[in-house]
Design a protein around this ligand. Structure first.
Ligand code: GDP
Length: 419
C-alpha cells in the first residue's frame, strides 16, 4: 500500500473563539473519532445535565492521552480522504513560539480562528504575525460562529477586508478566509446550506489543498553529517537527509571544509538491499569514492546548489533565557549537527511580542523577538530559513540551557554580503 501523506497543522486563535470546538468538529465530520466516543460524551453530558459540547471530545481525548500509552502526548490525529493530519498543540503563544522556533514542533500549515461576532482582535493580529515570523505560509482563516450572526455575508466581508489588509501590511499573502460554524458544522467538512453566497472551499478542502512541505525531496540536497563510522579501510558518513535527494555516483560538496567526492554506495539500516538513491527523511550512511577527512557537523550538498558559507549572519531570535541577550555576549550555537561559539555583534531591532511594536534596543528580554547579527568563531554552512528550514534554524545554548531559538534571515545576510 502507498504510504499516506501526513500534514502537521497548528490551530491558533483568541481564547473562546472556538478552537477546541473546531477541532472536535474536524474529528467528527471527517469520521476520525474512535467508535463510541461521541456517544460516551453525549451520555456523560446527559448524566450531568450539561449541554453537549464538541470541545468535550477533545478534553476527553486529551485526558486519555495523559494517562495513556501514547509516547507523544502533544499530538492528536485525524484523517480525510486525502491524507492524515496531526494537530500540534499550541497551549499559549509563548509556548507555541518556543516549540516552533526551536524545532520541537514544526507545523507546515495553520488554522487561525476568528470569532465572527467579536471580529479581528489583538490576538488574531498577533497570531498572524507570529505565524509570519515562523515562516508558516499555508494559513486557513476560519471565521467561526457564523450561526451567531445569522450567517450574515456583510459582516463576514467586513472581517475579511480588515484581516486581509492587516496580513498584507505585514507581508503575508492571505490564503483562505472561510466562514464556518464549528458548533453547527457549516463549511467544516461539508458545504453549508446556510451560506449560498460563499463560493470558496470548506475548511477540509482548504487543508487538503495545502502542500506537505515536511519532506522536501525536490529541494536542494542537504545532508548534515551526524556520525563518521570507521571500519578498517572504509568510512561511513551517517546522518538524516533533511532535504533533497542523493544518488550513487553524485558528486557531493562538503561545507564548510569545501571538500568534494562522489558517492560510492548508500547504506540503509532498515532495508536488506543497498539502495541507489535516498531522499529527505531517510537516515542513511554513505561511502565515498576516495578517502576524505570529514567531521560531524559538515553539511553535504550537490556542487551546484551549495549552502551559504559565512561567519557573520543576521538571525531572528526568540529569547527564552532569564538573563537578557546583550551585545558582546557569547553563546554556543547548535546548527543542524554542528556546534560553534558565537558572539552577539549587534542588535538591530527588538520586537515586543505583547504590542508587536518594533524598535531599537540594547538588550533582548525574555520572550521578546529580536533581529541580531551574530559572529561565529569559524565558518559555518547554513541556509536562509525560508530556503531550507532544517538548515536555517538553530538554538543558542547558555550554561546547558536553551537560551534562544533562531531562524536565519537570508535577506539580512544578502545585505551584508553586498557591503
Ligand atoms: P477555545 O477557547 O478557542 O478552544 O474555544 P471553545 O472551543 O472552548 O469554544 C468557546 C465557546 O464558544 C464554547 O462555549 C463553544 O460552545 C462556543 N462555540 C464554539 N464554536 C461555536 C460556533 O460555531 N457557534 C456558536 N454559537 N458557538 C460556538
Amino acid at each position: 500500500a502507498q504510504q499516506r501523506d501526513l500534514l502537521k497543522i497548528v490551530i491558533v486563535g483568541h481564547v473562546d473563539h472556538g478552537k477546541s470546538t473546531l477541532v472536535g468538529r474536524l474529528f467528527h465530520d471527517t469520521g476520525s473519532l474512535p467508535d463510541g466516543k461521541l456517544e460516551a460524551i453525549q451520555a456523560m453530558c446527559d448524566q450531568r445535565g450539561l449541554p453537549f459540547e464538541y470541545a468535550f471530545l477533545m478534553d476527553a481525548m486529551q485526558a486519555e492521552r495523559d494517562q495513556g500509552i501514547t509516547i507523544d502526548t502533544s499530538q492528536i490525529w485525524f484523517n480525510t480522504d486525502q491524507r492524515d493530519y496531526v494537530i500540534i498543540d499550541a497551549p499559549g503563544h509563548t509556548e507555541f513560539l518556543k516549540n516552533m522556533i526551536t524545532g520541537a514542533a514544526s507545523s507546515e500549515a495553520a488554522v487561525l480562528v476568528i470569532d465572527a461576532g467579536e471580529g479581528v482582535q489583538e490576538q488574531s493580529r498577533k497570531h498572524g504575525y507570529l505565524l509570519h515570523l515562523l515562516g508558516v505560509k499555508q494559513i486557513a482563516i476560519a471565521v467561526n460562529k457564523m450561526d451567531m450572526i445569522d450567517y450574515d455575508q456583510a459582516k463576514f466581508d467586513a472581517i475579511e477586508t480588515e484581516y486581509r489588509a492587516y496580513l498584507t501590511s505585514i507581508g503575508v499573502t492571505p490564503t483562505y478566509l472561510i466562514p464556518v460554524s464549528a458548533r453547527e458544522g457549516d463549511n467544516i467538512a461539508s458545504r453549508s446550506a446556510n451560506m449560498d453566497w460563499y463560493q470558496g472551499p470548506t475548511l477540509v478542502e482548504a487543508l487538503d489543498s495545502f502542500e506537505d512541505t515536511s519532506l522536501p525531496v525536490d529541494a536542494p540536497l542537504r545532508f548534515p553529517i551526524q556520525d563518521v563510522y570507521k571500519f578498517d579501510e572504509r568510512r561511513i558518513l551517517a546522518g538524516r537527509i533533511e532535504s533533497g535527494t542523493l544518488k550513487v555516483g553524485d558528486e557531493l560538496l562538503f561545507s564548510p571544509s569545501n571538500k568534494k567526492a562522489r558517492i560510492k554506495s548508500i547504506e540503509a539500516w532498515s532495508v536488506p538491499e543497498q539502495p541507489t538513491s535516498a531522499s529527505a527523511g531517510a537516515s542513511i550512511g554513505i561511502t565515498l569514492d576516495h578517502q576524505l577527512f570529514i567531521e560531524r557537523g559538515e553539511l553535504a550538498s550537490h556542487v551546484a546548489t551549495p549552502p551559504l558559507e559565512t561567519d557573520v549572519f543576521t538571525a531572528r531570535l526568540f529569547w527564552l533565557a532569564k538573563d537578557p541577550l546583550t551585545v558582546g555576549k557569547c553563546y554556543t550555537m547548535k546548527l543542524h549537527t554542528g556546534e560553534c561559539q558565537v558572539e552577539v555583534q549587534e542588535i538591530r531591532t527588538v520586537i515586543n511580542t505583547d504590542t508587536l511594536s518594533e524598535g531599537a534596543g540594547s538588550e533582548l528580554q525574555r520572550n521578546s523577538i529580536g533581529e541580531v547579527v551574530l559572529r561565529a568563531r569559524k565558518m559555518l554552512a547554513l541556509d536562509g530559513y525560508d530556503d531550507v528550514a532544517a538548515t536555517g534554524r538553530f538554538v543558542l545554548i547558555d550554561n546547558y540551557n536553551i537560551a534562544a531559538g533562531g531562524v536565519i534571515n537570508m535577506t539580512g545576510y544578502a545585505d551584508q554580503r553586498d557591503l
